[in-house]
Structures are given as structure tokens and as C-alpha cells.
Design a protein around this ligand. Structure first.
Ligand code: PMP
Length: 279
């Protein structure tokens, strides 16, 4: 594991920020999570697009440009000696005396790289239970903001019910998971919430859409409700960290489909695994 803070490579124990740091005091920043396969961050350009877009939307100027940032990430990967790792990157509005209005200080960039947080193989082989939970978030969920409190509360509620993920419901529609995108499969077509301000447009979601198109599986960006989820043939979650995980059932409501990972989820994940490992 290795850390980076504003131009310096440091051990994780050394990652000390001033108390008056806006990420820490306000959650005033954005982040990215990249999975590195054999030295290459998967879908790097898509992640960088989202990072710079998120920062723009909250008016943070990321000091390194894309080329510089790619170079810093490369150096982090090579110095860490980790061919396979998870990079967490965060940009905040910087360090300044506490005041809600924006300070005139440079933004701050920190990163960590750690070995993959691996899923137990049984998770993908058997599928998971999810908990339906109200989506209590704000109206800018497309920004990958550091403010994750509603997500954390939902995830914790799920964990306390023995579930893998909380599936969020807003106005009768499933938006996404607390840290993943959510999909159902019905009559051979994949359905997921459109990439609006109510969800984070996942990078794994982009990969799934491309794979579906490649395999001739319809990919419908149409929201669905809990009843449609329960009546689906299959359902699954995706994120960069979990890749694709089938949903076996909804807590207190019953199984989805056969209660086992279905053929569409399996086919999509098989191709995803190929794409991440072939480069
Ligand atoms: N939605 C939310 C709320 C998330 O936190 C994440 C994971 N960062 C995702 C979706 C999936 O995004 P990605 O595929 O880019 O990891």
C-alpha cells in the first residue's frame, strides 16, 4: 500500500492532513475509485472524464491536468509494486480556515493504492440479498461527491439485516445501490435507471452497456419499481470494486427469478472479466 498527498509519495501511516481541510470539515470534494489490473486502471479515461466533470460541477479546479494526473497515477502504481490494486483518489477544495464560502487556496489531491479488496468467490457464485431502502440523497447524485452520509446509513442498515447492499428507492423507483448501480433482466433485456441526476453514472455501468450491445442484449435505460424487481428473471449490481454481483433475493420479499445467478448476469460478467484481464 502507498499514499500520495499534494506532490509527495508517503506511507499510509504518514497521511496527515491539517484539521482545517475542507474535505474533512465539509466533505467539500470529489473522489474516484479505480481498479488496477496488471498495472492498468480499467476504463481510465472514463474515470478521468467523470472526475474532472464532478470537480467542475462543484467548481473545484484540479491542479494537475489529465496528462499530469495519469503520470502521477502511473508513478503511484509503479512505486507501490502492486500490479493489481485499488486506487482511491480524492480532490478537495483545499486547506483554509473554516468558512462555508470558498477560500482562495489551491485544491488538494490525495491518493492511496492498496491490494484489491477481493469478494469471497461465493458472493458471485451464489448471488446476494439486498435491502430496499429509501433514497434520502440530494438532487446531484451524478456528482461523485465526498458527501456519502445517506449512502453509509443505507449500507449499514443493509449490513445489519445480513444483506450485501441497500437498493435505494426514490418516488417508487429503484435508483441504484448505496455504492453500486442496480439492474434487472426481464424477457432477455437489461433494464436500469437512466443516467440522470438521481444516480451516479457508474463506469462499470458503461462497461456493461457496451458488453450488452456487443452481445446483442437490449440495454434499456428505464427506471423500474420494487415490484418489477421482484418479478424480474434476474437482477444484478455493478461497481468498479465488485465488478458484477448477481442479486439472489430481496430481504423480506423473496427470491428473484430462480434465486440463483442467471445466464445474462453470468455472460456479462464473463466478458467483463475478459476485458479487464486482456490488455
Ligand atoms: N453508484 C454509487 C452511489 C456509487 O458509489 C458507485 C461506486 N462508486 C457506483 C454507483 C458505481 O460506480 P462505478 O461503476 O464507477 O464504480
Amino acid at each position: 500500500s502507498l499514499g500520495y498527498i499534494n506532490g509527495r509519495f508517503v506511507s499510509l501511516e504518514e497521511l496527515v492532513l491539517p484539521i482545517e481541510e475542507r474535505g474533512h470539515q465539509f466533505g467539500d470534494g470529489v473522489y474516484e475509485f479505480f481498479r488496477v489490473y496488471e498495472g492498468n486502471p480499467f476504463m481510465l479515461e472514463e474515470h478521468l472524464d467523470r472526475l474532472y466533470r464532478s470537480a467542475d460541477l462543484i467548481r473545484i479546479d484540479i491542479a494537475p491536468d489529465r496528462d499530469e494526473l495519469r503520470a502521477i497515477m502511473d508513478e503511484l502504481i509503479s512505486r507501490s509494486g502492486l500490479a493489481n490494486g485499488d486506487i482511491y483518489l480524492q480532490v478537495t477544495r483545499g486547506m483554509a480556515p473554516r468558512n462555508h464560502a470558498f477560500p482562495s487556496v489551491p485544491s488538494s489531491l490525495t491518493m492511496t493504492i492498496k491490494p484489491w479488496r477481493e469478494l469471497a468467490p461465493a458472493v458471485r457464485e451464489q448471488g446476494v440479498q439486498v435491502l430496499l431502502h429509501p433514497d434520502e440523497r440530494w438532487l446531484n447524485c451524478h456528482i461523485k461527491s465526498l458527501n456519502l452520509l445517506p449512502n453509509l446509513l443505507a449500507k449499514q442498515a443493509a449490513v445489519e439485516e445480513g444483506c450485501f447492499e441497500a437498493v435505494l428507492v426514490r418516488d417508487g423507483f429503484v435508483t441504484e445501490g448505496s455504492s453500486s448501480n442496480a439492474y434487472l433482466v426481464k424477457d432477455g433485456a437489461i433494464r436500469t435507471h437512466p443516467a440522470t441526476n438521481h444516480i451516479l453514472g457508474g463506469i462499470a455501468r458503461i462497461a456493461v452497456r457496451r458488453i450488452a450491445e456487443e452481445q446483442g442484449i437490449p440495454f434499456l435505460e428505464e427506471a423500474f419499481g420494487p415490484e418489477e424487481l421482484l418479478a424480474a428473471d434476474e437482477a444484478f449490481l455493478t461497481s468498479s470494486g465488485i465488478e458484477l454481483v448477481p442479486i439472489a433475493g430481496v430481504h423480506g420479499r423473496g427470491a428473484i427469478g430462480s434465486g440463483r445467478p442467471g445466464p445474462v448476469a453470468r455472460a456479462i460478467h464473463a466478458r467483463y472479466a475478459e476485458l479487464t484481464r486482456q490488455r
